[in-house]
Design a protein around this ligand. Structure first.
Ligand code: ADP
Length: 205
């Protein structure tokens, strides 16, 4: 599904060049759960951001379903971004919107009919175990609950692949479990996932 070939990424900074990625190649098949582990600064986020089209590689290629990402322009690029769900450490929720409002947001932008939005939002709230919280605001939720809203929001557009960048690193240990449980559930549904994690037991599992 995703083929990464000889990828490099060099950042040009005031204090010189930073080689974040050097010659990365990988093959991620449909339904794979692909874990990325490594020391801080090893380039994990950079790799994920390249796959998510948030960063342009210096050289090498990434193709998804046989299409080279660097060949995409305009509308195709927007289409492609929609097929990739990204979950970061900080969940970046809209504070003035409720749980259901946050999950509905990408669907509203995409022009999905209201009734369909309501149906899908309810389904996702249930999937991430937030029944009864539809009308709560992010400020009324724990970090673990916010992260689960972010996962539901990323799933709303039914992406082909979900990218997680240390989804639990900002959470207390007791809240980590509930987020990992949701990710496990997605794994059982054969969702293709690329996960940067420092939870070694979870990665092994
Ligand atoms: P990891 O996620 O494994 O901790 P990163 O991908 O965040 O690693 O970073 C890899 C290297 O690239 C680090 O040396 C980091 O300082 C550098 N880096 C990351 N993002 C930028 C950026 N936007 N500008 C300059 N250097 C960066």
């Amino acid at each position: 599904m995703i083929t990464i070939q000889n990828l490099t990424k060099t950042y040009h900074t005031k204090s010189g060049e930073v080689e974040a990625l050097r010659g990365i190649s990988a093959e991620i098949r449909d339904g794979d759960i692909f874990g990325i582990i490594g020391l801080s600064g090893a380039g994990k986020s950079t790799l994920l951001r390249c796959i998510a089209l948030l960063e342009t590689p210096t050289s090498g290629s990434i193709s998804i379903d046989g299409r080279d990402l660097s060949s995409l322009r305009g509308r195709q690029l927007t289409e492609h971004r929609r097929q990739i769900g990204v979950i970061f450490q900080g969940y970046n929720l809209l504070m003035q919107r409720t749980v259901s409002g946050n999950i509905a947001f990408p669907l509203e932008i995409a022009g999905v009919p209201k009734a369909e939005i309501r149906r899908r939002t309810e389904e996702l709230i249930h999937l991430v175990g937030l029944d009864g919280k539809a009308d709560a605001y992010p400020s009324q939720l724990s970090g673990g609950q916010c992260q689960r809203v972010a996962i539901a929001r990323a799933l709303a557009m039914r992406p082909e692949v979900m990218l997680f960048d240390e989804p639990t690193s900002a959470l207390d240990p007791e809240l980590t479990g509930e987020v990992l449980r949701v990710i496990r559930e997605l794994a059982e549904q054969r969702t293709t996932m690329i996960i940067v994690t420092h939870e070694m037991a979870f990665a092994r599992d």
